[in-house]
Design a binder for this molecule. Sequence first.
Ligand SMILES: NC(=O)c1ccc[n+]([C@@H]2O[C@H](COP(=O)([O-])OP(=O)(O)OC[C@H]3O[C@@H](n4cnc5c(N)ncnc54)[C@H](OP(=O)(O)O)[C@@H]3O)[C@@H](O)[C@H]2O)c1
Length: 261
Amino acid sequence: MKTTLAGRTALVTGASSGLGVAFARELARHGCALVLVARSEAPMQQLATELRTAGATVHVRPADLADPAARAMLAAGLAAEGIAVDVLVNNAGFGVFGAFADTDWTRLDAMLAVDVVALTHLTRLFVPGMRARGFGRVLQVASTGAFQPTPTYAAYAAAKSYVLEFSYALDAELRGSGVRCTVVSPGVTATQFLEVSGQRVTGYQRLTRMQAPDVARRGIDAMLAGRSGIVTGAFNALMAHSTRLMPRRVSARVAGWLMRN
Ligand SMILES: NC(=O)c1ccc[n+]([C@@H]2O[C@H](COP(=O)([O-])OP(=O)(O)OC[C@H]3O[C@@H](n4cnc5c(N)ncnc54)[C@H](OP(=O)(O)O)[C@@H]3O)[C@@H](O)[C@H]2O)c1
């Protein structure tokens, strides 16, 4: 049976830009109240005004998710206000493009803190409450980069592999609890991602790029349909799953070639 979300509260991380904005709009369309989380407050306030005009209840909670104390304070603050999170969308994240040996450690460290540690910590903070209430949905944002080693995105792609494997395992653990975990793996999507990672768009990316609202809708639909995971877009799914048939060193070389700037 398809889940309905009307009246539920959804927390979306990375809600100041790109896919996070699209997830928030899609969840509001499904009747959710929203908690918007990212560092930049102004774009979230703007989104909140838009969603409130359409009838949604929206809370804006600026936070740097690389900071463990900020994550704990976010959860404690919501609990103190009596806001129970029914749907957690762990979307905040970024990549660091370039030869691994030349990339700046401070950026890599922050990337792992957000893409891996914050995602795991927020899941750990909110899933016990969902399980106790007998209902919850977690939507984790991985990437098609999760499916093969990716030179020039070596640590980012490996971080997204972690998200993919963690999410499938968690969903299996949670079976029968009323809580489910879905992992969505987008391919290249038109957002600030490439600008933030420091990569110029490649020909392959230009050809396969999808729009954020379409990707968000497919992710939410997969979550509502009770799927453990989805790769957005038929071509992206074909590319992601075909790597299973290749030796890793071959798929790494193909991925490196496709990402070349
Ligand atoms: N676009 C793609 O091609 C693509 C493909 C596959 C997967 N993804 C994944 O999709 C997710 C969303 O990225 P996007 O494409 O929408 O890129 P984006 O437009 O750059 O958005 C990234 C979001 O993450 C937030 N964020 C980054 N660091 C943060 C921190 N320390 N604390 C709190 N929030 C933080 C940013 O907000 P602030 O800067 O305001 O904090 C922003 O809202 C990421 O997990 C990304 O890896 C993207």
